[in-house]
Each structure stands twice: as C-alpha cells, then as structure tokens.
Design a protein around this ligand. Structure first.
Ligand code: SAH
Length: 213
C-alpha cells in the first residue's frame, strides 16, 4: 500500500479538525499531518483511517483515536532527544508520533502478536524507536530509567508506582486512570517524593492488563 496526495489531503483535514477540537501544539499537529495512519491499520479499515476514531488492530486491541493521541502527546511536552517511555505499543501509531517529535522512544507491548507485527512494521515505515520490549508495562523499564516522560495508552485501574519512580525530577507521566471510563491524568514529578497531579476529561481505553500474553 502507498501514501498518496489523497491521503495527504485527508491528513491535513484531520489535523484541522484536531485543532478545532482544541489541540494547539504545532509540532503535534505537524506529526499528524506527516504520519500515514492508513498504513497502521488492517486493510479493511484503510478507507476510514483519517476519521477521528479508534479502530480494531487485532488481539482485541484498538488504535487510539487521533484526538486522544494528539491530546496525550501535547501533555507530554516532548522536546528533541527526550527519553520517552510508552506503555502499550499497539499499532505503533503513537510511537511514530513520538519518534517524529524527536524523542528517543522506548516502547513496551504485552501482546506477543502485536509486539511481533509492530516491531516489524515501524522500521519499514522509517520509524525507529530505541527499544521495543515484549513485557509488562506495569513495571516500566528500570534499566533505562529515568525518563523525561512516560505515556500509558491503556486504561490503568491504578497509577503504577514503578512508573512514578522512573520519572526524572520535572518529568511527566500521562496516564488514563479508571476502570470503565478513564480520567486523563498528568503527574509531574516535583522532587524525590512529591508529584503534582492534574486531571483532564474522560476518555475510553482498552484496559492495562498485567503480565505478558
Ligand atoms: N498506542 C496504541 C494503543 C493501543 S491500545 C495505538 O494507538 O495503537 C493499548 C495497548 O496496550 C494494547 O496493544 C495492549 O495490548 C497494550 N497493553 C495493555 N496492557 C499492557 C501492559 N501491562 N504492558 C504493555 N502493554 C499493555
């Protein structure tokens, strides 16, 4: 499958919609304009790739809605060469956004099927995270810590302590917290023991599950 002018036009429209919905970070909007989301979807969904919707990606999981990807990416405040940990690689679309923002990305996926598929796909599209891990994001990635920011792309029933402890001072954790509906939550590390918490609106994610599968 290819990327065409038609796809580019649809992406420009999508970025405009996201801006109308309140996304302001130009780097994030530019990344949405650049990344061929249709190449991250199963062929049956390609015609819908530039709608602002989530779609199934196999293994009972979904590619996040573009608005959600943009909202989380904006909250991370990624700067070039930041070390960013992503929990829930899934289709790899959010990973591609982080790579495009200039981050050194470490990404963890617990579904072996998706891990294998996406770790093959991303480099063929030119997106190279520093490290792909097949594992359980609840425990983070101690050997690469501390991180400038951590993004969780599945609904977390609780805020995993390991992720808080793997943030730099000043670092940001963006995590949807809750069971059926999640509240987008930002935690900024103030010092060794204190975190400033800000809550944003309601979102819906597939659940963050423990262990590998
Ligand atoms: N960012 C992805 C979102 C995929 S959905 C995208 O836009 O495509 C969330 C992903 O989190 C799923 O692939 C799911 O398998 C994964 N996941 C759930 N619990 C996890 C855990 N404990 N560790 C790592 N990944 C997890």
């Amino acid at each position: 499958m290819k990327d065409t002018n038609k796809h580019q036009g649809l992406r420009n429209q999508l970025a405009k919609q996201l801006q109308e919905k309140g996304i302001t970070d130009k780097n994030v909007l530019d990344a949405i304009k650049k990344i061929p989301r249709h190449l991250f979807l199963n062929s049956s969904f390609v015609d819908f790739a530039y709608q602002d919707k989530a779609f199934p990606i196999g293994a009972g999981q979904t590619i996040s809605q573009p608005y959600t990807v943009a909202f989380q990416s904006e909250l991370l405040q990624v700067e070039k060469d930041h070390k960013v940990l992503e929990i829930g690689t899934g289709s790899g679309y959010q990973t591609a956004v982080l790579v495009t923002l200039g981050a050194k990305v470490f990404t963890i996926e617990r579904q072996n099927e998706l891990f294998k598929k996406t770790s093959r796909l991303l480099p063929t599209l030119g997106y190279r995270p520093k490290l792909f891990v097949f594992g359980d994001g609840y425990i983070g990635l101690e050997k690469e810590a501390p991180f400038d920011s951590i993004i969780v792309t599945a609904g977390a029933p609780i805020i995993p302590q390991a992720l808080l402890s793997q943030l730099k001072i000043g670092g940001r954790l963006v995590i949807p917290v809750g069971d059926d509906i999640q509240i987008m939550t930002l935690l900024v590390r103030k010092n060794e023991t204190q975190f400033e918490k800000t809550e944003f609106g309601d979102f819906r994610f597939v659940p963050l599950l423990e262990n590998k599968n």
